[in-house]
Design a protein. Structure first.
Length: 161
């Protein structure tokens, strides 16, 4: 009997009023699979989930999606979500997790890094502009000095004659 293990994804999608967390198992054969969405290690009740029907994928395998709408209030609680699958092709359960608080930490770290890079770039531009300004100012001083020296030379040549 042919057995193809499922591939498992936990997908987050922003929707009005919160987030949709979807547990997706795909590319598996045979058809029967146990797919469970866990919140903080506890199974989410089936009546809270949308989907749940095994569908053919068109390549001889199957797919199953179960989705949960998570309100902005629930998001503040920073639950951990896990998608777990049991299938004939697997020796052990297959798990994929998402920690809602961890993503915010990564986002704030990325934002901080971006601000630092922006400061360094702006500082570099400031230094380059300042150096050019000094160079132009010193060239203009030398031009004035050259003009005065030339004028003095001309005056001294005129007085000698």
């Amino acid at each position: 009997m042919r057995k193809v293990p499922p591939r498992l994804r936990l997908i987050k999608k922003e929707v009005s009023g919160g987030l949709q967390v979807s547990c997706l198992a795909f590319g598996f054969y045979p058809r029967h699979i146990n797919l469970t969405l866990l919140r903080d290690g506890q199974p989410v009740a089936e009546q809270e989930l949308a989907g749940g029907e095994v569908l053919p994928s068109g390549d001889g395998t199957y797919q199953l999606r179960k989705s949960l709408e998570v309100s902005t209030e629930e998001l503040k609680k920073r639950h951990n979500y896990t998608c777990t699958a049991s299938h004939l092709s697997l020796d052990n359960k297959l798990d994929v997790s998402w920690e809602s608080g961890a993503e915010r930490v990564h986002l704030s770290t990325l934002s901080g890094l971006l601000v630092m890079v922006l400061i360094v770039v702006l500082l570099g531009i400031f230094i380059c502009v300042k150096r050019r300004w000094r160079c132009i100012a010193s060239q203009s001083k030398f031009s004035n000095i050259d003009a005065k020296v030339s004028e003095e030379i001309n005056l001294s040549s005129d007085s000698e004659t």
